[in-house]
Design a binder for this molecule. Structure first.
Ligand SMILES: *Cc1c(COP(=O)(O)O)cnc(C)c1O
Length: 478
């Protein structure tokens, strides 16, 4: 291919500046867009050419099409008025770190394929052990270590696979079968990724026990123990428990210490999924929510939710890396090298499902260095304070009720008038385009989630959300 077909260095520089300008303007003005994309299914595709271009097109035209054809189909996750799901917040240092990772274009499957890619990752994950007050055994300098994964779903899958192998003494890995039917446990409020992991790991959805929760939607350790004993009596092999720190529906906090004691008594792998709420542990005062973590075999949280690091970025820790590595390692001839054979390095391809991996640590390194631990703490405290303020306004309006006291930055609210009124309210609020909220069901009742964690979300946005909610409640309750 003649080199003239490529974008020249000067062209790249010129278009690159234009793209950075575009992103800076977009993030500065993101509030102006309706938060939820209003397009109908198929509308975006229909506006685009049916067939690919025969000849290359000018870059300016592509960027123009992003404005004209793509933006209408964007739901603005970076809007300060986005209160749906959990946040997926980003930041300048993160975007620039990610861009540099693209520029370097390294594939870090082995230490030897880019030593910095591995060593920065190991270092940043050790930094986070310190920043989050995680157990010492999760450090790479101890028996364990951390690794970046794309998502919490992948991290939980890897934890389940390692638990399966530990329970079968690697028989499942080697011979494709375990000893007896393996069973796993999580609460009935746990994320759907645990059920998905059971399907992928070949353990079967039917072998996942969904344990009862208390009035705060936290797993009941006594119910967990009962379920384990029933399975043992029936000749099954309990292998894995997933506790959640901050459930998706209500931010319920499973009691990690009590669950850890049950797991220890039965020799079961404990995984802790703290996808969003793990970030709160940056602040000492919130670490109590994951008290007992030193009993866990593995742990994950997503900087791509609430730690200003753009998707995707999940931190996954294990207490005993040897089990994880033995579960996932492969060594074909073409990957053999002196560094690997020396045993002195980590080859992260053995710590996750894919072989290849990008330099994901760069953006996380930039985020931590830009904000510092203290800066990140201040932002987390600000979001939690805003959520607590919102909750206090809800308490003061007798038409509304809080479903649970919010532990952190997620407020679950409903209209006392009932499910229909609550569902009507959230639909009307989202139709305004001014804010975006996602509904859920808790204890069989309709609930509106107000999730506060946007990079640009300030007090005025939260106040406006409450003003809108009250005004719409007037309309719903006439
Ligand atoms: C969001 C969430 C997940 C899934 O996150 P991904 O990183 O998208 O896989 C898992 N568990 C909990 C508790 C979550 O809130």
């Amino acid at each position: 291919m003649p080199s003239s077909l490529h974008m020249s260095s000067d062209e790249f520089r010129q278009h690159g500046y234009a793209v950075i300008d575009w992103i800076a303007d977009y993030l500065r003005d993101v509030e102006r867009h309706p938060v939820l994309s209003p397009v109908r299914p198929g509308e975006i595709r229909d506006a685009l050419p049916k067939s690919p271009p025969r000849e290359g097109e000018p870059f300016e035209q592509m960027l123009q099409d992003v404005d004209d054809l793509i933006l209408p189909g964007i739901t603005h996750w970076q809007s300060p008025r986005f209160f749906g799901f959990f946040p997926a917040n980003t930041s300048g240092p993160s975007i620039l770190g990610d861009l540099l990772a693209s520029g370097l274009g390294v594939q870090g499957m082995l230490w030897a394929t880019s030593p910095a890619c591995t060593e920065v990752e190991t270092l940043v994950l050790d930094w986070l052990v310190e920043m989050l007050g995680l157990p010492e055994r999760f450090r790479s300098t101890s028996s364990g270590g951390g690794v970046l994964q794309d998502t919490a779903s992948s991290a939980s899958l890897c934890a389940l696979l390692a638990a399966r192998e530990r329970a079968t003494e690697f028989a499942s890995n080697e011979r494709g079968s375990g000893v007896a039917p393996l069973v796993a446990y999580t609460s009935n409020q746990a994320h759907s990724s645990i059920e998905k992991a059971m399907k992928i790991a070949g353990l079967g959805r039917e072998n996942l026990r969904l344990i009862d929760v208390d009035e705060h939607f936290a797993m009941r350790p006594d119910a967990l123990d009962d379920a384990i004993r029933a399975d043992l009596d029936a000749g099954r092999v309990p292998c894995f428990v997933c506790a959640t720190v901050g459930t998706t529906s209500s931010n319920g906090m499973d009691p990690v210490r009590a669950i850890g004691a049950v797991c220890a008594a039965h020799g079961i792998w404990l995984h802790v999924d703290a996808a969003m709420s793990g970030t709160a542990a940056l602040c000492e005062e919130f670490r109590v929510l994951q008290d007992g973590l030193e009993l866990a075999d593995s742990y994950c949280f997503n900087p791509h939710k609430w730690m200003f690091t753009n998707f995707d970025c999940d931190c996954f820790y294990v207490a005993d890396r040897a089990t994880l590595i033995r579960t996932l390692s492969i060594l074909p001839e073409y990957l053999k090298n002196a560094a690997t054979e020396s045993g002195a390095v980590f080859d992260y391809r053995d710590w996750h499902v894919p072989l290849g991996r990008r330099f994901r640590a760069l953006k996380l390194w930039f985020v931590i260095r830009h904000y510092g631990h203290a800066g990140l703490q201040a932002l987390v405290r600000e979001h939690v304070a805003l959520a607590q303020a919102f909750a206090s306004w809800v308490r003061a309006d007798e038409r509304f009720e809080l479903v649970v006291p919010p532990p952190l930055n997620l407020v679950c609210v409903r209209l006392r008038a009932g499910d229909e009124a609550t569902t009507d309210l959230v639909e009307r609020l989202n139709a305004t385009g001014r804010i975006y909220l996602t509904p859920t069901r808790l204890g069989g009742r309709a609930v509106i989630r107000v999730s506060i964690g946007g990079t640009q979300t300030e007090r005025r946005h939260v106040e406006e959300a409450w003003r809108l909610m009250r005004a719409m409640a007037d309309a719903v309750l006439v």
